[in-house]
Design a protein around this ligand. Structure first.
Ligand code: PMP
Length: 375
């Protein structure tokens, strides 16, 4: 099978599996127990936290482990606004785990402002400047779109927002951006940044919320006071160990230039046969290519390719059952065009030969579907 849906999830690295196995079979003790092996388990967590912080460009006390980015994003919306006051600004390109939280705030009476996207899938900067005002307390802008790969200029948006509203908390959903852009977390300038382990060669159900030093976040999940009182619940020691091993391995083995070469090959191949990449090559992540294939429904193509051993995506896996595509329509695509968009997403271990072979089959299959449809 040629797997090209790595924005949905990735295969767990062998090193991450070994790290999780050791934490389950050898170092299985409760990290909150005060006897020796409990203390050792706690030390393993702190070692993993230091590794992750170093790799992503943060301080270790800024990393709080969660059950994944959905939890991190929910935490931000439940607890990231002092006294629950002020308005909230998000973009029209947010993942459901941000968008739905914002909609819940709106249903409770909060003024939620949704900044439109440009045709290139990024936040419309002028509209952003108008949306943020002195009463804005929370801004949440996705770093890299999971649907299109569009990269938002987070650093510039943070500067703009803080100039207008110095007390604003700036959050970014970094799931598709972490280690896949050249931006260490600290260089983005945001106060909060969500990450998910399973997009980077670690297991599902693990992530972190980066909380910049000095930012005062209330806990979302209360109980035994783990994670420095910020996120209760016995820590998931196997997955924390796996997360650290995966990020370390990814940072050493993933070569963005190589991934970009593969994406460029695909991009050129599709353009040559008249398909429309949704975002220009230089404005999107090396790891994600979203392309519109006129008159070929993505669902039909996806199923036909699956039968031939090729796995591709269409829209977001998390919202795969919902009709339409909120993000693509926010960029100005019609429903009919959005239905004909596929998403191909690469990873550190994606092979050029596999992609070359897959692209020939994708084009051949798409053309067959089109001729059946048109003919
Ligand atoms: N945000 C983005 C941009 C994502 O792509 C995803 C995963 N589809 C999430 C949040 C949710 O992450 P998790 O699966 O760790 O809850």
């Amino acid at each position: 099978m040629i797997y090209l849906d790595n924005a949905a999830t990735t295969k767990v690295f062998d090193r991450a599996i070994s790290a999780a196995e050791k934490a389950m079979s050898v170092d299985f003790y409760n990290p909150n127990s005060t006897y020796g092996c409990g203390v050792d388990a706690k030390n393993n967590i702190e070692q993993a936290r230091r590794t992750i912080a170093t790799v992503v460009g943060a301080q270790s006390d800024e990393i709080v482990f969660t059950s994944g980015a959905t939890e991190s994003n929910n935490w931000v919306f439940e607890c990231g606004r002092k006294n629950q006051k002020g308005n909230v600004v998000i973009s029209a390109g947010e993942h459901a785990s941000v968008y739905e939280c914002a909609m819940r705030l709106k249903s409770r009476g909060t003024d939620v402002r949704i900044v439109p996207l440009t045709r290139e899938g990024t936040v419309d900067i002028n509209a952003f400047k108008h949306a943020v005002d002195g009463d804005t307390t929370l801004v949440s802008i996705i770093h890299v779109s999971n649907e299109t790969g569009a990269i938002n200029p987070v650093r510039e948006l943070v500067t703009t927002a803080k100039k207008i509203s110095p007390r604003v908390l700036f959050h970014s959903d970094g799931v598709q951006g972490l280690l896949k852009t050249d931006m260490p977390v600290s260089s983005l300038g945001c106060d909060l940044y969500s990450a998910s382990a399973h997009k980077l060669g670690a297991p599902k159900g693990m992530g972190f919320l980066y909380i910049k030093r000095g930012v005062n976040m209330q806990p979302f999940i209360r109980g035994g006071g783990q994670e420095n009182g910020l996120r209760s619940g016995t820590q998931n020691t196997p997955y924390i160990a796996a997360f650290a091993a995966a990020l370390e391995h990814f940072s050493q083995s993933a070569n963005k230039a190589d991934v970009m070469k593969i994406k460029t090959y695909l991009y050129d191949r599709f353009v040559a046969v008249g398909y429309d990449p949704v975002i220009p090559l230089d404005m999107s992540s090396a790891y994600i290519l979203c392309v519109h294939i006129p008159d070929v429904k993505a669902e039909i193509l996806q199923n036909a390719l699956y039968d031939k051993g090729i796995v591709i995506g269409k829209g977001a896996a998390c919202s795969g059952s919902k009709r339409g595509n909120r993000v693509l329509s926010a960029m100005g695509l019609s429903d009919a065009q959005a239905e004909c968009c596929i998403r191909i997403s690469l990873f550190a271990d994606t092979k050029y030969e596999d992609v070359a072979a897959a692209s020939a089959v994708i084009i051949e299959t798409a053309e067959k579907i089109r001729s059946n449809h048109v003919g």
